[in-house]
Write a protein that binds this ligand. Structure first.
Ligand code: DP6
Length: 329
């Protein structure tokens, strides 16, 4: 096959990945665990042909610059080398993310591209092995190959730092995403984590506690103990941001509206609605909740945020090829 089209959903980490042990191979300092979301995804089409004279990369129908394309070419090389081919490749990616949300994600992007290349080259690696390739595009992409709750085991080498499915999340769980600010982040996660590893005195404590939290959350997921899953999730995010505050110079992703969202969620909890916040390398706040209560929580958050800032998502599936009809749309 020389053409393929694959869909990948984004994921939000409950136990965060923050820090690399190897920047070239994207080996993480700690294992992480995420929930794949159905509401946000990327569709990627690849075509391998000897008629192309260079790699081409289109994002949302716009041809990207040579610099952006070079990043994709380096990723494509991993597959070209493995498959023993030298052809140029055309990549077309469409991000299906509500425009106001500003949540376009490298996780779904590299997971979809890895999935499409796996099919187009005929390599047909299993998903765990393929996740070690997705990882080389962006660490968080490792986890987007699978649906539900997914663990990225840090491993000991490029071959065993991979994702494994933990639970399909076919129970009452979801997220309300609060798009606090849709503009591009000021400090990328790549730069932010490097600065934290190199300068924060709190960083070793982060790594130690992430490993403990991972064991505890896996136990809670197995028991379907939503309250425990939520408590560990919120605590993990705050500890990650705490490690960043200790960096030199401090890294602060919180904006006034992020803090407002955190307090609003606390107030909801005081009213007996179980919901918990998590935040990544940006000001947006994601609220982990019972999917059956997401509508009610969204309505309550409308007191502080506009309709277009609030998005509900349930758990999502792993990567899959697009149907002929989807590919034609
Ligand atoms: C805070 O995967 O974007 O979202 O590996 O450098 O591409 P690179 O970083 P990226 O970092 C994600 C960091 C995070 C936590 C997480 O998703 O686990």
């Amino acid at each position: 096959m020389t053409k393929a089209a694959v869909r990948a959903h984004t994921n939000i980490a409950l136990i965060k990945y923050w820090g690399k042990a190897d920047e070239t191979l994207f080996l993480p300092m700690n294992s992480s665990l995420s929930l794949t979301l159905d509401g946000l995804y990327t569709d990627t089409f690849v075509e391998i042909s000897d008629t192309f004279t260079e790699d081409q990369f289109y994002l949302n129908d716009v041809l990207q610059s040579p610099e952006e394309t070079a990043k994709i070419s380096r990723f494509l090389d991993l597959f070209r080398n493995k498959a023993g081919i030298t052809h140029f490749i055309q990549v077309k990616s469409i991000n299906h993310v509500p425009t106001a949300a500003g949540l376009a994600s490298s996780a779904s992007a590299f997971a979809a591209l890895a999935g499409a290349m796996n099919r187009a080259t005929g390599l047909n690696m299993d998903l765990e092995t393929l996740s070690t390739y997705a990882r080389r595009g962006s660490g968080s992409a490792t986890r987007s190959l699978f649906g539900g709750f997914v663990e990225w085991q840090k491993g000991t080498s490029s071959e065993d730092s991979m994702a494994v499915p933990v639970d399909d999340a076919s129970w009452d769980i979801g997220m309300v995403i609060i798009a606090v600010n849709k503009s591009a982040k000021k400090i990328s996660s790549r730069i932010g984590m490097k600065q934290t590893v190199e300068t924060s005195p709190f960083y070793p404590a982060w790594v130690a506690s992430a490993e403990e939290d991972l064991l505890a959350i896996k136990k809670a997921i197995k028991a379907r103990d939503f309250e425990k899953v939520g408590q560990i999730t919120e605590h993990s995010a705050m500890k990650m941001h705490g490690s960043m505050l200790g960096a030199e110079t401090p890294i602060i992703y919180f904006e006034p509206d992020s803090i407002k969202a955190i307090h609003a969620v606390r107030a909801l909890r005081e009213q007996g609605i179980l919901c918990y916040v998590t935040m990544d390398a940006g000001p947006n706040v994601k609220v982990l909740c019972r999917l059956s209560e997401a509508g009610k929580i969204k309505e309550m958050l409308r007191e502080y945020f506009s309709e277009e800032q609030l998005l509900i998502s349930g758990p999502g599936q792993g990567i899959r090829p697009l149907t002929a009809q989807e590919a034609a749309e």
